[in-house]
Write a protein that binds this ligand. Structure first.
Ligand code: PLP
Length: 373
């Protein structure tokens, strides 16, 4: 049985005719960077998300940087974020000479804890960057309240949560990435909506921020060859936009397939005492960018056992960001974020994609059960 962590080829085969013809039409038009196809995709994503503006860019990391530039964050400004995520947030803050202030995460949701955000705000704090890790939203309602009280911006890192829905206490529903001032998204091939290469986008309901971000992503240009501000070169290719535009039509179906696999995993793994299945919260759906279990004790042994049966699995993330060599200069040490540190020793992400068959899921879960029997 050929089980992959992410099976992009089988997914492609199902929509090959549409994708191939879209790629060909971009080649025929010979408009490869920006242009009509990119605008069309931005419009369709805007409608899907029900957000004021979608601005495409080169990748999810650039998106974070463009957001911070548009908010005019300056050297020494503090930004509160999580140590238990992909490196992008910290990297961009470091490059921009902003000061990352890390706070620990919740052991069940893996997401930033609003109470800790609150207790780390001082007069230099300018923004909060919550990450909707693995596809489930952080507690945006509490974070929004804190941001309002303290006059802070919120940049949602929605890279793992495109299509996830946030459910407010009053019953209102909004897509992940449409709640904060700005959201960053990535179209890296393995993301919920993946290109055939790099890609990214920013979402905002502010037309003013949208205009600034559009300009920053295109060299800070106002009209052609007139530069209003310092920008960067971060654009989405038309071929990627064409592919994404086809896949966007299937995004909800893709998410349903992921959720169905998650339900299967839940059912087969929930009664193994050494394992915790992913917690669900009342304020968010879960798009299962990753299906991540916590294994108490023999996590690495389980991973080796799965590997011996040709079942892939991944550790997202094996070392909390505050302990990474590149970020020693921040002055954090072991013990500063006990939950993030413990999670890095317990988490294991199982194969998760849109093409998992019942046969594959049965093999994966029965192998895990065998290991613990
Ligand atoms: C993928 C990802 C990014 C970066 O996106 P790229 O397109 O690879 O630059 C940032 N943050 C999170 C949480 C991600 O998962």
């Amino acid at each position: 049985m050929n089980i992959q962590m992410v099976d992009l080829f089988t997914q492609y085969e199902k929509i090959k005719a549409e994708i191939d013809s879209q790629i060909e039409s971009v080649i025929r038009s010979s408009v490869f960077v920006k242009g009509g196809k990119v605008t069309e995709f931005e419009e369709n994503l805007k409608k899907y998300l029900n957000v004021g503006n979608v601005i495409s860019c080169g990748n999810g990391t650039d998106a974070l940087q463009i957001a911070m530039m548009a908010l005019d964050l300056k050297e020494g400004d503090e930004v509160i974020t999580t140590p238990f995520t992909f490196v992008s947030t910290l990297e961009v803050l470091a490059l921009m000479k902003l000061k990352p202030v890390l706070v620990d995460v919740d052991p069940n949701t893996f997401n930033i804890r609003p109470e800790l955000v609150n207790s780390h705000i001082d007069h230099n704090t300018k923004a909060i960057v919550p990450v909707h890790l693995y596809g489930q939203c952080a507690d945006m309602e509490s974070l929004t309240e804190i941001a309002k009280e303290n006059n802070l911006f919120i940049i949602e890192d929605a890279c793992q949560a495109l299509g996830t829905e946030y459910i407010f206490k009053n019953g209102m529903v909004a897509k992940a990435g449409t709640i904060g001032d700005i959201a960053s998204n990535s179209f890296f091939p393995t993301k919920n909506l993946g290109a055939f290469g790099d890609g990214g986008a920013l979402f905002t309901n502010s037309d003013e921020l949208a205009q600034a971000m559009r300009s920053i992503a295109n060299h800070g240009m106002s009209k052609r060859y007139y530069y209003q501000q310092i920008g960067m070169n971060s654009r989405l290719d038309a071929i990627q936009a064409a592919i994404l535009d086809v896949k966007l039509k299937y995004l909800d179906q893709f998410i349903e397939a992921r959720q169905a696999a998650a339900v299967f995993y839940d059912r087969e793994l929930s009664n193994i005492p050494e394992i915790s299945i992913p917690a669900r919260v009342p304020y968010s759906t879960h798009s299962f960018h990753q299906y991540t279990i916590k294994v108490r004790g023999k996590r690495d042994e389980l991973q080796k056992f799965l590997h011996s049966r040709e079942i892939p699995s991944m550790i997202y993330y094996p070392l909390s960001l505050h302990l990474q060599e590149a970020y020693h200069y921040l002055g954090y040490k072991k013990g500063d974020f006990p939950v993030a540190e413990e999670l890095s020793e317990q988490v294991l992400s199982l194969p998760m994609h849109t093409e998992l068959t019942e046969e594959q899921l049965t093999f994966i879960t029965s192998t895990i059960r065998e290991f613990f029997s």
